[in-house]
Design a protein around this ligand. Structure first.
Ligand code: NAG
Ligand code: NAG
Ligand code: NAG
Length: 475
């Protein structure tokens, strides 16, 4: 099974960015960005195990981050698959919303109750992976800021989906240890997942169950092993050895949880990296890669705008999410201030694809965008996306820049590569990659599409999050 879509010599429509170098190649200022539509050949990806590509620079550890595009495939199936991918995205968002509701409505329960790690519903596509070394084995994992527990598919396996890398075998790793049922790590798991760390027959093992909102799941036992992130060694890293795994995990060997709870990678490495990580998510062009950076060393970023920080909003009931206070937005040079801003927080998530906004905010952005991006033929809506155009007659065009503003005068510029979702490769159906939520009181989510070509810095110690523009590349 192909790891990344293997598309030898298939021509894809790709977006080429021009206006983002510091000196404004296209000369449109900040309010517009140039979108070039042209055909380019995408190299085929290898199907075998991936090497760990990483380096240590100053005090930061940098891992190459790649995009897995399971939405691609043969031309004939593409449209159908794209639709499925957005359906999966919608299921993820609905499950996040329903969990928030259930958490917020059960305020009578202990305030320590954590939301179950069901937020990490995985898409078959449009997710990002890194390769790390666990127990001496290279494993390629989905990176998810909406999940807590790291897990890999593990031998002996009752039910495993197909992955190109060999399954993790704890029996042949000299450094693997089971986590005991009465240990602190096992108790932490109960807190983090909401499920009890059910003890096995012999009470020696700590079993875990993580169920994702779309019906995906992983069951297994907790173990510890040596994790190698670049040249940084993390001994006794606690993770799930998954013996029964099913769902939309693509062909990744597992998942790395970058949430805020005690079991996440961020917490387990906080003495090494100070609770700070950042990423730059590349666009879907298979030739590009981005980076996941662990540690706080801003000299290593390649940003071309200053980092602008906003406060991470504390909500004790939702303490595994990263929540920001969205205070405004702009389209081109027009600032929008609909009443929905500043009311409730907005999540930032690496696993949700399309940004969801409360209806009042979405409507305001959409109508201003349509006003400024006028004269282009409209195309039918697609799945959750209702603002679509037929751009097949154009080779390049100017797109009004969308910016999101956050408490503390912070802003995030949506890069032109994250503005449109290409439903059809020939650009005859290209949709604004934003969607409205069903209800005003639901919580918005900033999805990974809109975070492309942005350095996003999570500082869990100082409880702040920063944005800066960067053209993602590992090297
Ligand atoms: C793991 O990746 C490293 C590169 O970091 C490579 O040297 C090594 O051969 C890989 N190991 C396996 C088993 O593929
Ligand atoms: C968000 O920021 C605005 C402006 O600073 C402030 O008035 C509002 O109370 C904040 N909202 C939350 C939920 O903290
Ligand atoms: C899109 O526009 C092109 C050129 O303007 C036209 O030939 C084509 O039929 C349109 N496609 C659709 C699906 O409307």
């Amino acid at each position: 099974m192909a790891f990344w879509s293997s598309l030898p010599s298939v021509f894809l429509l790709v977006i080429v960015l021009c206006s983002i170098s510091g000196n404004n190649v296209a000369g449109y200022g900040d309010a517009k960005q140039l979108l070039l539509l042209k055909r380019r050949q995408i190299p085929a990806w290898r199907d075998d195990a991936q090497p760990q590509i990483s380096r240590t620079q100053n005090s930061a550890t940098i891992l190459e981050m790649k995009h897995i595009d399971h939405c691609s495939g043969s031309m004939s199936e593409l449209d159908q698959r794209l639709g499925k991918c957005l359906v999966a995205d919608d299921i993820r968002v609905k499950s996040i919303q329903s969990h928030i509701k259930s958490v917020l409505s059960s305020q009578t329960e202990s305030s320590k109750t954590r939301i179950p790690i069901t937020s990490g519903v995985k898409l078959q596509t449009l997710n990002y992976v890194v390769t790390v070394t666990l127990g001496g084995r290279n494993v390629t994992m989905i990176v998810d800021t909406g999940s807590e527990l790291t897990w890999v598919q593990c031998l002996p396996c009752k039910l495993c989906y197909t992955q190109p890398e060999p399954l993790f075998n704890p029996m042949i790793s000299p450094s693997y240890q089971s986590v005991l049922c009465n240990s602190q790590a096992c108790k932490t798991l109960q807190l983090a997942t909401g499920s009890s760390g059910i003890c096995g027959y012999n009470a020696a093992t700590c079993n875990y169950v993580v169920t994702y909102g779309d019906g995906s799941y992983t069951h297994g036992e907790l173990g510890r092993d040596r994790l190698l992130l670049g040249s940084t060694v993390v001994d006794s890293y606690v993770f799930g050895c998954g013996r029964n795994n099913k769902g939309l995990f693509g062909a990744a060997s597992g998942l790395i949880g970058l949430g805020r709870s005690d079991l996440s990678l961020v917490s387990q490495t906080s003495d090494l990296f100070g609770g700070v990580f950042s990423y730059c998510l590349p666009d879907t062009d298979a030739a590009t890669s981005g980076s996941l950076m662990l540690g706080d060393d801003s000299s290593v970023y390649k940003n071309f705008t200053p980092v602008s920080y906003t406060r991470l909003v504390m909500n004790p009931m939702l303490d595994s999410f990263y929540i920001l206070n969205l205070t405004g937005a702009s389209v081109g040079e027009v600032s929008l201030e609909p009443p929905g801003f500043g009311k409730s927080g907005i999540f930032i998530d690496s696993g949700t694809v399309i940004t969801r906004l409360p209806p009042s905010i979405y409507k305001a952005i959409k109508s201003e965008f349509l006003k400024q991006f006028s004269g282009y033929p409209l195309a039918p809506s697609f799945s959750i996306l209702d603002t679509c155009f037929n751009l097949s007659a154009y080779e390049e065009l100017n797109v009004p820049t969308i910016k999101m503003k956050f408490e503390g005068d912070s802003e995030m510029t949506v890069d032109v590569s994250g503005m449109f979702y290409f439903v059809k490769r020939d650009a005859s159906q290209v949709c604004l990659a934003l969607a409205g939520l069903a209800f005003e009181d639901e919580i918005g989510i900033i999805g990974n599409y809109q975070q492309r070509n942005t350095r996003v810095i999570y500082d869990t110690k100082q409880m702040k999050l920063g944005f800066a523009r960067e053209i993602c590349s590992y090297s």
